[in-house]
Design a protein around this ligand. Structure first.
Ligand code: BGC
Length: 475
């Protein structure tokens, strides 16, 4: 069902697991600042200590080996490597930390996939305007080149930016994530645009300066729900579904994979709403400049983060405010038959992943795809016997198998979110996504496998053995 070179992985992100927020010369990030303020995160928790992976990396490695992973996806904390975000000052201790992680993985035959940016901008760069500043593309490019130069002899799979949609929407539209701004209908488009420009600059740098000698691959991680019309017979719901996908998936996938620009319906809806509301400022959805390196074609594979699905209906009157929601003009609801998993937004629909994979194949000319995140949470009661979650993983992986075998989708790997229970952003430690439980109440942050972790290990072993046998029979 899965090819022998299929990547079996799990993923984490620096701020969510490392702790050591000010250790050994690390600079503060926007998440440090955000959490140290009051009333923003569940019970005012923070990632100050979290799983303490900065000191307990070897424990994490133990978990990775227990699972039998072939790949591990981690992110670099930009401010741990470059405390003020620039290469004026390199933090040697930070470099040493990631060198050890990468070298230990390789020594154990586990391949690293590294994300350069997973939500945690150095605060020093936020102080200069952060992602709203057009300068960020060049600054990010310098950081990316530093990472390619320093680690690219060993890291062959790179993700520039994780979920630009979530950064833009949650950080600048809803104000629920760092930097906590609520500038509706305007800033998220600028932030998303600068992230695409930054990603493209980094990809071009890799392509011209490092690809020949390092031979790796670079992409950005795009999150998307699967979406289908609430009433398949309604043309309004069909059109709303197209808009729903255009405003999440298309926002970042179209420029990079398809046209070099945002989906037409984004442009027309944003323009129409601006006129309706008498908006006088600069066009809200920016334009890609021909004087800059092109965004189109700047991904060597598709990196997909998938969690859930929505049934979509047309929305009708949107009220007087400019906002991303009113531009999109489509409402997603969950189906009563999809079990809700921990957090309310996560309705489980494994077929949704298969459908989305097929959609990506059909609309984007069959790119190689890595599922860089997929997972299920527990809220409140912690149960090491998380049989239900183990079942969801199994069902979802089977859907991925069908996408490969029956739909001919070129899926290269699957990364479970997450290796460990960790700091789940605004929900703090109340929401647990780990394959390993972490005891946050003790000083040792002890890791213990959930049943879902044990079952995932068995699944990996089974499919790897099967693939090995298939190879022998085809020889
Ligand atoms: C993010 C992770 C997060 C996960 C679960 C993704 O949006 O990349 O950092 O923990 O979803 O909410």
């Amino acid at each position: 069902m899965f090819p022998g070179n299929f990547a079996w992985g799990a993923a984490t992100a620096a701020y969510q697991i490392e702790g050591g927020w000010d250790a050994d010369g690390k600079g503060p990030s926007i998440w440090d600042t955000f959490c140290h303020g009051k009333g923003r995160v569940f019970e005012d928790q923070s990632g100050d200590v979290s799983c303490n992976s900065y000191q307990l990396w070897e424990e994490d490695l133990g978990c990775i080996l227990q699972l039998g992973l072939t790949h591990y996806r981690l992110s670099f904390s930009w401010a741990r490597l470059l405390p003020d975000g620039t290469t004026r000052h390199v933090n040697k201790k930070g470099v040493q930390y990631y060198e050890k992680v990468i070298d230990d993985l390789l020594a154990n035959n586990v391949l690293p996939m590294v994300t350069l940016y997973h939500f945690d901008l150095p605060q020093a760069l936020q102080d200069q305007g952060g992602w709203k500043s057009s300068e960020m593309a060049g600054i990010f490019d310098t950081y990316a080149k530093f990472c390619f130069r320093t680690f690219g002899d060993r890291v062959k799979l790179w993700i520039t930016i994780n979920e630009p949609y979530v950064c833009a929407k949650m950080g600048y539209e809803d104000g629920l994530f760092a930097p906590g701004l609520k500038e509706q209908g305007v800033s998220a488009y600028i932030v998303g645009h600068n992230m695409l420009r930054a990603h493209a600059r980094a990809w071009h740098s890799y392509d011209t300066l490092y690809r020949a000698t390092q031979g790796g691959a670079v992409s950005l991680a795009i999150n998307s729900d699967w979406a289908e019309p609430l009433d398949p017979a309604s043309s309004e719901d069909m059109a709303a579904t197209q808009r729903y996908l255009a405003f999440t998936f298309g926002w970042f996938a179209w420029p990079v994979f398809l046209t070099g620009d945002y989906p037409g319906v984004m442009r027309s809806n944003v323009e129409r709403r601006s006129k309706e509301q008498g908006y006088q400022g600069r066009p809200r959805l920016p334009t890609f400049s021909e004087d800059e390196p092109s965004v189109l074609g700047t991904a060597d594979f598709f990196a997909l983060n998938y969690y859930t699905s929505r049934k979509v209906k047309a929305r009708g009157a949107c009220g007087g405010m400019l906002s991303l929601d009113s531009d999109r003009d489509a409402e997603g609801v969950t189906d009563a038959s999809w079990p809700v998993c921990g957090v309310s937004w996560l309705a489980v629909f494994p077929e949704g992943l298969r459908n989305l994979l097929r959609y990506i194949k059909d609309t984007l000319n069959g790119p190689e795809i890595y599922i860089t995140e997929n997972g299920f949470s527990q809220v409140g009661l912690v149960d090491l016997e998380d049989v239900q979650r183990a079942g969801y993983y199994l069902d979802t992986i089977q859907e991925v198998g069908k996408a490969i075998q029956e739909d001919g989708v070129d899926v290269r790997g699957y990364f479970a979110w997450s290796l460990l229970d960790n700091f789940e952003w605004a929900s703090g430690y109340s929401v647990r996504f780990g394959l390993f439980h972490v005891d946050f109440s003790g000083a040792e942050q002890k890791r213990s496998s959930y049943v879902s972790g044990k079952e995932y290990a068995k699944t990996i072993a089974k499919y790897r053995t099967q693939a090995g046998t298939d190879d022998l029979t085809t020889e």
